[in-house]
Design a protein around this ligand. Structure first.
Ligand code: HDE
Length: 698
């Protein structure tokens, strides 16, 4: 019998009750520590020994249980997307799609639905850094009233391959090489580019992956795409084709490559920390949710196949209709229980949403369910709290299995049954009305391993992407190709990439060849000659994101004797626009300002290089600047900020530091004597005009 004390001292955890229901138990102060089976532990510091200096006894079940549990703390990491960060939030519908779908999540305006969203890199392991050049996963679990809907997307709207059968090859090629075990979280190596060079269908995705989108500034600043084409189904059984989009309120924003590389050393958790801190500070990241809707007839009229995941439908052709928003407003309580154990399945779709025949999606429909078995170890992974349907009950006749936590009553574990006629609970039944429906798509064909002819154009949209970029973005893309291919030691692979690139754009291929100091080989023969499509400005980042301080971080490097009024003015002005300000000093204890005030530092200079800020200011006294001149980290602070196209504010007294760092005057280098706004204006964006002065781009 549970006495009052044991009830009070239950461990702090989320439990499944016997009926499968979820209930929380709170830990009271001074709660008694117990074994996993509830026995109170009298000593958690010493193992059981035969005498003070004698051997430890096998009998010590407290020690054995604790060590054994620890030994098994790790589970296999995800084969892809292992490195992830997640948050809870809600989705709210602002426009109903009742004409095209019965899905309640897309028809009930104003209803808030709980979501859990996990962002990830793809290639690196769970402990890898946050800022490699890579695709970002963007997976949203909506706990809808009609079952969980998992929209498992990426921050790039296309994919490398057209058919799921190539996925293991793609991933093997990009992961660390099989013999040496490196490089970690990087595509810049032989095997990846070997595979890519032999798969012209990957060319469009390569354009995106080499663009600045693959080095995002923050997870709060990435777009999201469902990638595959889906269907919506209305009450009359009429299907509408759909592509799903997430658009960040802060706009899509990126880092500079050199910056991303340096962030990897300065703060390997840069994106995870940024997301976590934004949410704990109440600066909740938000995305618009949009759809591109089109009929089968409209799809048939397009010059490409909407079942081919290497193609987009330009926004200029099918506009994005914004129908809702997602706000992430709560950090996970426990990384393992939630972020690690969450399992996303493209097969989680509520009635009114349906899949398409995209052969990549078709393979995904199998893969995600399957992979959870090795990762989470049991068919009952849906019972883990983060994976449970929360918006509605789940009930069926699936039974038993490892880690079964629900305790079904009665003997109805099959149907049809007539047990209810005898007064027993007969269990749930199929719901022809309101249940999941499949679009009635007619098919006829010869069974064969074939690729549709309509998938054969591999270059037109790659060209569209490249030609739609601004000049700086084109230069970054070309330079990224030069960087990656410079790490490829097999010359024939580089040549094959150059041969393919000529089908995208001659100028791009020429620039990359020049950057490698190689002659252009003969152009590769295209399966289908690419066509010139109208440029799509929507594909750019530069010039699209809002110029704002919101969501940005400013680093103020302050010295002893500095003018406190300048610091106060900057802090107040930045705070009024929701920017985050961090005081950086030579010592974490802070500085003594000219007016005698003590100003605490948020970070020591060594641990807070300028790469982790969007703009920096050096508020130094003359003596303070003299000290900074002897500190390499201070010189790098401004040198890197200049190289990464950031605004730099400075007191007159700090000028020698700027001179030593090679900072040249331009619109982004501002004397703080001209007031806070003079500095905050350029701090709202990057100084793209400066780039040719600081970097040789391809
Ligand atoms: Fe995934 N993918 N994928 N993928 N994917 C996984 O499932 C797979 C693809 C995506 O935060 C795995 O639970 C195949 C496209 C995200 O937990 C695995 C194919 C897109 C995540 C898997 C693809 C994605 C995954 C590994 C080609 C964008 C992380 C762990 C047919 C639309 C979800 C897991 C999270 C994870 C298979 C291609 C997005 C192995 C076979 C295209 C965001 O099942």
């Amino acid at each position: 019998m549970a006495d009052a004390e044991t009830t009070k001292n239950t461990i702090s955890a989320t439990h499944l009750g016997t009926g499968g229901e979820l209930h929380q138990t709170a830990s009271s102060p001074g709660a008694r520590i117990t074994t996993n089976h509830g026995a109170p532990i009298s000593d958690n510091q010493n193992s059981l020994k035969a005498g003070g200096r004698g051997p430890t006894l096998l009998e010590d079940f407290v020690l054995r249980e604790k060590i054994q549990h620890f030994d098994h703390e790790r589970i296999p990491e995800r084969i892809v997307h292992a490195r992830g960060s997640a948050a809870h939030g809600f989705f709210e519908l602002t426009e109903s799609l009742a004409d095209v779908t019965t899905a309640k999540i897309l028809t009930e305006i104003g209803k808030k639905t709980e979501v859990f969203t996990r962002f990830s890199t793809v290639a690196g392991g769970a402990g890898s850094v946050d800022t490699p050049r890579d695709v970002r996963g963007f997976a949203v679990k909506f706990y809808t009233r009609e079952g969980n809907w998992d929209l498992v997307g990426n921050n790039i709207p296309v994919f490398f391959i057209q058919d799921a059968i190539k996925f293991p090859d793609l991933i093997h090629s990009v992961k660390m090489e099989a013999d040496s075990g490196y490089p970690q979280a990087a595509s810049a190596h032989d095997t990846f580019w070997d595979f890519i060079s032999l798969m012209p269908e990957s060319t469009h995705m390569i354009m995106w992956a080499m663009s600045d989108r693959a080095i995002p500034r923050s997870l709060r600043m990435i777009e999201g795409f469902g990638v595959n084409t889906f269907r919506l189904l209305n009450a009359d059984g009429v299907a509408t084709l759909v592509k799903f989009h997430w658009r960040p309120k802060l706009g899509a924003q990126s880092t500079c490559w050199d910056e991303a590389v340096k962030i990897a050393g300065a703060d390997p958790d840069y994106h995870r920390r940024d997301l976590y801190e934004a949410i704990s500070d109440g600066a909740f990241p938000e995305w618009e949710f949009g759809v591109q809707l089109f009929t089968q007839e409209e799809a048939d009229a397009l010059p490409f196949d909407i079942l081919d995941a290497t193609k987009i439908i330009p926004e200029e052709v099918a506009p994005i209709r914004v129908i809702g928003r997602m706000v992430l407003n709560r950090n996970p309580d426990n990384f393992f229980a939630e972020t690690e154990q969450v399992a996303f399945l493209p097969t989680n779709i509520p009635p009114g949403i349906d899949v398409s025949e995209d052969p990549l999606l078709q393979g995904r429909l199998f893969s995600y369910q399957d992979t959870q078995l090795s990762r989470l170890g049991t068919v009952n992974f849906h019972q883990i709290p983060i994976n449970q349907a929360k918006g509605c009950p789940f009930q069926n006749f699936q039974r038993d299995g490892q880690m079964q936590t629900s305790v079904p009553k009665g003997r109805a574990n099959y149907e049809p049954n007539s047990l209810s006629e005898a007064g027993e609970d007969g269990g749930p039944r199929a719901a022809p009305k309101g249940g999941f429906r499949t679009t009635a798509v007619p098919f006829e064909g010869t069974k064969a391993r074939i690729r549709s002819e309509t998938f054969a154009d591999h270059y037109s949209q790659a060209r569209l992407f490249f030609r739609s970029q601004t000049k700086p973005e084109q230069a970054h893309l070309a330079s990224a190709l030069v960087f990656e291919l410079s790490k490829v030691s097999l010359e024939h692979v580089r040549l094959r990439v150059l041969a393919n690139l000529q089908n995208v754009d001659e100028d791009l291929a020429t620039r990359v060849a020049a950057g490698l100091d190689m002659d252009l080989p003969e152009k590769a023969k295209a399966a289908v000659e690419p066509i010139d499509l109208d440029p799509s400005p929507a594909l750019r980042i530069v010039g699209k994101y809002p110029e704002t301080l919101r969501g940005r971080a400013l680093g103020l490097l302050v010295t002893d004797g500095a003018n406190g009024a300048i610091v106060d003015a900057l802090k107040a002005a930045a705070a009024s626009e929701d920017a985050k300000v961090k005081i950086v000093a030579l010592k974490v204890g802070g500085v003594t300002l000219k007016d005698g005030r003590k100003l605490k530092a948020d970070a020591q200079l060594q641990g807070a290089p300028s790469v982790i800020f969007d703009a920096v200011a050096v508020v130094a006294s003359e003596a303070g600047c003299a000290e900074l001149l002897r500190e390499g980290a201070a010189i790098d602070f401004v040198k890197d900020a200049f190289g990464h196209l950031k605004a730099i504010g400075h007191t007159k007294e700090a000028q020698p530091l700027l001179d030593k760092a090679g900072v040249e005057p331009d619109a982004g280098v501002v004397d703080l004597g001209s007031g806070a706004e003079a500095f905050l204006k350029p701090a709202r964006t990057r100084q793209w005009d400066r780039e040719p002065k600081v970097r040789i781009l391809a």
